[in-house]
Design a protein around this ligand. Structure first.
Ligand code: MTE
Ligand code: MO
Length: 530
């Protein structure tokens, strides 16, 4: 019997007459939902990327800033008059509402007139890229969040609208295709909102850190550093300044994003092979009698003649005094320091317990540590290359043994111990420059941290070594300036420098690469005298 046939219970396929239902408000609503969901996913991806990698590239904030720049003065005044200090929030809400409206339109158009929806997404993305790049101090990296937002939105818009087309018009809410579309749209929007919220949390942390650093005034040193003798600094233009300004101090680290640590939550743990675990917070540290000391930091990757070296006056607390409270156990020979972002350095325990100025530093040249130099707290250890000692953003010291633990760079082929090698550099005249014949001042720096410099000599071509005049020393832990007046004769010449440390060891001329424990060889420069 035909009437008992199961097929008679399935709804008939839509007849051509049913087609116009595609334009039903419900259908358009779903298309708008597709557009908005795709846009939320894209914006979330963009905001999270910005928070992680390129804070200057937040699509919402840069488009907002562009709107501010383009808005007529009367409108800005009106917004400020109406909303006061809430003006920024109003702006952000307006940008988001604008984006939602545009996204809904893009969804509808992508369904009805493809690919206009995608064209709208691409145009919005291009606008965001222009907004980013038109700001000062932004680079191509800052455009990444906007590009990513655009790509994610466009792909999801295509996917969602394709799903929508597969949904029979007028299908019930429980139809599988309908449900699948709603699941996709919901997941896109949900993940986007989550990512955006995550990005907000991260950048709120950033703002809190910056504000805390701005409010923080360094305590006065309980123990002032050795005074810097007037004669330590030579007045030679072009010579590296005795104290390196913070803004010019070399920066080396593995941090893609500079860690932002709220000093209110910062703590340092001393643990491992100790009789007593210790944990101190920032207020505890600042309440200790802080000491000032001038120490020259050097990177093991500094090539002969390179500039990965800088000298600063640090304010901090001796690590040996904290270790003395923790009481390292017999057999321990190393301290593994760890930064907030998981970087590690292995420092010989004896270097941190002898009487040198190995400190937990909070101040650099009279200022709180700059963010990129380790705010709020870093290690500074005279005599060792940075990779085995100068942990920035430090949060943990584990007392241990070299035969038990290894550190970030020692896992990558660099040696376990990293004493800084005796070295010297010519700063003036600059390599490759022309100087007039006659007396020419040659000057530079020499260093052998924690040992000290006894002499510097300069050689012209293959002639005799000439004694340079040494500037006064601050201490054995800092570099020393030197100068020599060269009676220069016309022609092409090579100037070469070498130094002798306080123990009488002469700097070797043997050229070695920076791997695995620091470069050796003499710095020379070619000069033409006219
Ligand atoms: N957290 C952390 N600390 C770090 C590093 C790093 O990558 N991460 N690099 C070290 C290296 S190799 C050097 S040479 C010094 C450089 O310090 P500066 O950037 O303040 O000059 O920091 C050291 N401290
Ligand atoms: Mo380094």
């Amino acid at each position: 019997m035909a009437s008992s046939d199961v097929s008679s219970f399935t709804p008939p396929p839509p007849t051509p007459a049913a087609r116009p239902v595609r334009s039903a408000p419900a259908e358009l609503g779903r298309a708008a939902t597709a557009g908005v969901s795709a846009a939320l996913a894209g914006l979330g991806a963009g905001e999270l990327t910005a928070a992680l990698l390129a804070p200057a590239g937040s699509p919402v904030l840069t488009v907002g800033a562009l709107v501010v720049d383009l808005a007529p003065a009367w409108l800005k005044e009106l917004v400020i008059a109406l909303f006061g200090t809430g003006d920024k929030a109003v702006l952000v809400v307006c940008v988001i509402l604008g984006a939602v409206f545009l996204a809904a339109a893009a969804g509808v158009l992508e369904l009805r007139r493809p690919p206009i929806g995608r064209v709208i997404v691409a145009a919005a993305g291009a606008l965001a890229v222009v907004a980013v790049l038109s700001r000062q101090n932004t680079s191509v990296v800052d455009a990444l969040p906007a590009v990513l937002a655009m790509v994610v939105s466009a792909v999801l818009l295509t996917v969602l609208v394709a799903r929508l087309r597969r949904t029979p018009a007028g299908a019930t809410a429980s139809a599988p295709d309908r449900r699948r579309f709603l699941a996709w749209a919901g997941a896109s929007a949900g993940l986007g909102l989550l990512a955006a919220a995550g990005g907000q949390l991260i950048s709120a942390g950033v703002r809190a850190t910056d504000a805390a650093r701005a409010r923080f005034t360094l305590p006065v040193a309980a123990v002032p550093g050795a005074p810097i003798p007037a004669g330590a600094s030579l007045d030679v233009p072009g010579l590296a300044p005795l104290i390196t300004p913070n803004a010019e101090f070399y920066r080396i680290d593995t941090a893609l994003r500079v860690p932002r640590i709220d000093p209110g939550t910062w703590t340092l743990k001393i643990t491992g092979m100790v009789e007593r675990d210790i944990e101190i917070d920032f207020a505890d540290l600042l309440a200790l009698p802080l000491e000032e000391s001038t120490t020259t930091l050097t990177c093991v990757s500094n090539e002969v003649g390179g500039d990965l070296i800088g000298n600063a006056t640090w304010l901090g607390y001796p690590i040996r005094l904290l270790l003395a409270e923790a009481r390292p156990l017999a057999g321990a020979d190393m301290v593994l320091s760890r930064s907030e972002d998981g970087w590690t350095a292995s420092t010989p325990l004896e270097v941190l317990t002898d009487d040198r100025n190995a400190i937990l530093a909070v101040g650099m040249n009279g200022k709180p540590l700059p963010l990129e130099h380790g705010y709020p707290v870093r290690m500074v250890v005279p005599g060792l290359y940075g990779y085995v000692s100068a942990t920035k953003w430090v949060v943990e010291l584990t007392v241990t043994r070299f035969d038990r633990e290894t550190a970030y760079w020692t896992n990558r082929g660099w040696t376990e111990r990293g004493p800084i090698k005796l070295s010297s550099r010519i700063d003036v005249p600059r390599r490759g420059t022309e100087v007039p014949a006659g007396p020419v001042t040659v000057a530079g720096v020499a260093w052998s941290q924690h040992v000290g410099i006894r002499a510097v000599q300069v050689q012209v071509d293959d002639g005799d070594w000439n004694e340079a005049a040494l500037a006064e020393a601050i201490s054995a832990d800092t570099w020393r300036q030197w100068s020599w007046v060269w009676p220069a004769s016309a022609g092409q010449h090579t100037l070469r420098v070498r130094t002798t440390d306080a123990t009488g060891q002469v700097q070797t001329a043997v050229r070695r690469d920076v791997i695995p424990d620091g470069a050796t060889g003499l710095h020379d420069i070619a000069i033409s005298v006219v």
